[in-house]
Write a protein that binds this ligand. Structure first.
Ligand code: ZN
Length: 291
């Protein structure tokens, strides 16, 4: 409990390249924030734990983690990262480490579900019925909030691994997903773009076919999301989306693909994150159990 009497909540946005840590009273009242690089699990978790201990007593902690993760509360692997190819992190008990170290209740979900919750509540989805948050970077992932709740199903969605109709100019490239080769992530993630064209999308000239191909694939994801869930707002974030003009290309291509068919009409919107870089961290704070 802080000196103001409000519960002090902790948050971790656990990413593959960095951990972002924060303490605050609510997602809109962050008091302190800190970043550490993601190294091996022991080094990273201990450093993060040390930082929280130095902030004083927190009441609970929310963690939005890269994955795949186990979200089944009755599973012995709840709160673990499961089978990531990231060295050392498979079967890492992220939630358990902080529960033991800090002795507080832990809320745990995927980084993208956390970001989707925050965008829905405080960002681009304010006032909307539903929202999907898609990040396009080292990988492609997404979280979905329908009727105010993050969709979990048997585990959590893996929007980056859907299959697509290939662009007519993109039949040579095999794709780089270690599981599915030419799923969306295997074709349109940052590393897939580099593997295909030897440069990032923003480094390629704006008239390069890569822009059209990547926009087409991301628009197909948006089309599928709308077709399957009627989601109202689709937020596209992540490093690849910083490419000039890409969001507009995706939006335009999705409209072409939809061909005016969807009954939601202009309610369906493709937008940038309303919370900028803060969606994941704000969402992690929303995951902290209220005690
Ligand atoms: Zn895949």
């Amino acid at each position: 409990m802080s000196s103001t009497g409000e519960p002090l909540l902790g948050a971790i946005e656990a990413g593959g390249t960095k951990f972002v840590l924060a303490v605050g009273h609510s997602p809109t009242k962050i008091i302190a924030r800190h970043e550490i690089p993601t190294r091996d699990p022991v080094t990273t978790l201990v450093q993060a734990g040390d930082w929280f201990v130095a902030q004083g007593v927190i009441n609970s902690l929310g963690i939005g983690s890269f994955g795949p993760v186990d979200l089944n509360r009755s599973s012995p692997l709840w709160g673990h990262i499961t089978h990531t190819p990231k060295p050392g992190w498979a079967k890492c008990d992220v939630a358990g480490y902080f529960a033991d170290r800090l002795g507080v209740p832990i809320g745990f979900d995927t980084d993208v579900n956390a970001a989707a919750l925050a965008e829905y509540q405080y960002g681009a989805g304010k006032g909307a019925s539903s929202l999907a948050y898609v990040t396009v970077g080292t990988g492609i992932g997404g979280g979905l909030v329908l009727d105010g709740r993050a969709v979990h199903g048997a585990a959590h969605p893996e929007l980056g691994h859907i299959f697509l109709r290939r662009h007519v100019e993109d039949h040579e490239f095999a794709g780089i997903c270690p599981y599915h080769s030419d799923c969306l992530e295997g074709l349109a993630s940052g590393p897939a773009i580099k593997a295909r064209w030897g440069a990032s999308l923003s480094e390629l000239p704006t008239d390069h076919i890569a822009h059209e191909i990547i926009a087409d694939y991301l628009a197909q994801l948006a089309h599928s999301l709308i077709a399957m869930t009627a989601v109202e707002i689709i937020v596209f974030g992540g490093g690849v989306m910083k490419t000039e003009g890409l969001l507009e290309r995706v939006d335009q291509r999705a409209a072409e693909l939809g061909a005016g068919y969807f009954p939601g009409g202009s309610k369906h919107k493709i937008v940038s994150p309303g919370l900028g870089q803060n969606a994941g961290l704000a969402g992690a704070l929303m995951l902290a159990p209220l005690v």
